[in-house]
Design a binder for this molecule. Structure first.
Ligand SMILES: [Zn+2]
Length: 318
């Protein structure tokens, strides 16, 4: 009977070796295609990171997802290589947001690809004004320059986009409808939970105003009752005028703002100099336009949670 206690351990060891062998076998299955896809996998092209995240979660193992905006690149003013234009044409599904990246709009229009999801068909873009809470002057709003592209920073919009991606995939690949249905349920639940933590976390705060470098947080602010004060408008490359900086400084004292937010993909110089002048803290509020090593989290959900923590701290939420 002495060997009895040893037996389960030996069995465990054997099982462990078994799963290692199984893993090794899986890694060695058939060669992958030049684009990294396996035979039978769909090829999805997403215009930039948040849509890549959604497509990967919904498609699971049934697709490879390529983002047209490389990690660490700024998605505003994206330019496409001829190879990328080709992948838009050949993709089994393209997920993009019209009016955000002109090069993608053009590539989609020219491709004739019918398997396309334009997210503005489920989440229409809103005009949040050129500088967040600035009053509108009556200059001509020609074109779409004032339409705010940053819909993904409201989890409720991400739920709509997730559902739309799942609908498309189910039509394109009905054989795996059950998997898409399961995956969409799991992601929707994660996004609803994220929305709950935002509602809860931002319910009781000392102030609702927050200062950001570029005006990426209009949808988030509207959803959770915050006021965004942005230094440089909708695009991160806009240089703020001295008048704008003076106005931001005025609002900072008026609302007793503690923190100037900057972001990971754009220069923090202006935010830092305003903070230094006024003796305030700086912190990161990430517009999640791409994930890099500097991101506070490895995916959309994790960075959104870091953003919530930063907002709670800056605004004195209890
Ligand atoms: Zn942006």
């Amino acid at each position: 009977m002495v060997f009895m206690p040893i037996f389960p351990r030996a069995l465990g060891l054997l099982l462990g070796i078994g799963s290692l062998l199984l893993l090794a076998a899986c890694g060695a299955v058939t060669g992958t295609g030049s684009d990294g896809s396996r035979p039978g996998q769909l090829r999805i092209v997403a215009s930039f990171y948040p849509f890549q995240f959604v497509a990967e979660r919904v498609a699971g193992s049934h697709a490879t997802v390529e983002s047209l905006t490389k990690p660490g690149a700024e998605p505003h003013d994206l330019e496409l290589t001829p190879k990328q234009v080709g992948s838009v044409t050949d993709a089994d599904l393209v997920v993009y947001e019209q009016h955000f990246q002109a090069a993608v709009d053009e590539a989609v229009a020219q491709s004739g690809n019918q398997n396309v999801l334009d997210t503005t068909s489920v989440v229409p873009l809103q005009d949040h004004g050129p500088l967040g809470e600035d009053e509108h002057d009556d200059h001509d709003h020609a074109g779409n320059a004032n339409l705010d592209p940053h819909v993904w920073l409201d989890p409720n919009n991400m739920i709509k986009i997730t559902d739309a991606v799942a609908d498309k995939l189910t039509k394109i690949d009905p054989d795996h409808a059950a998997d898409y249905h399961k995956n969409v349920g799991a992601l929707d639940a994660d996004l609803r939970q994220l929305d709950d933590s935002y509602r809860e976390g931002l319910k009781t705060c000392q102030r609702t105003e927050f200062v950001t470098s570029h005006a990426a947080f209009g949808y988030l602010a509207e959803r959770y009752g915050l006021q965004q004060i942005s230094i440089s408008g909708l695009s991160p490359d806009n240089e703020p005028s001295p008048a704008r900086i003076a106005e931001v400084q005025h609002q900072i004292s008026k609302y007793d703002v503690t923190t100037i937010f900057y972001e990971t993909l754009a220069s923090p110089a202006v935010a830092q100099s305003i903070a230094r002048d006024l003796g305030l803290r700086t912190d990161v509020l990430d517009p999640i336009e791409g994930i890099t090593e500097q991101s506070r989290g490895t995916n959309y959900l994790a960075v959104m949670k870091s953003n919530l923590t930063a907002l709670e701290k800056a605004n004195g939420c209890s």
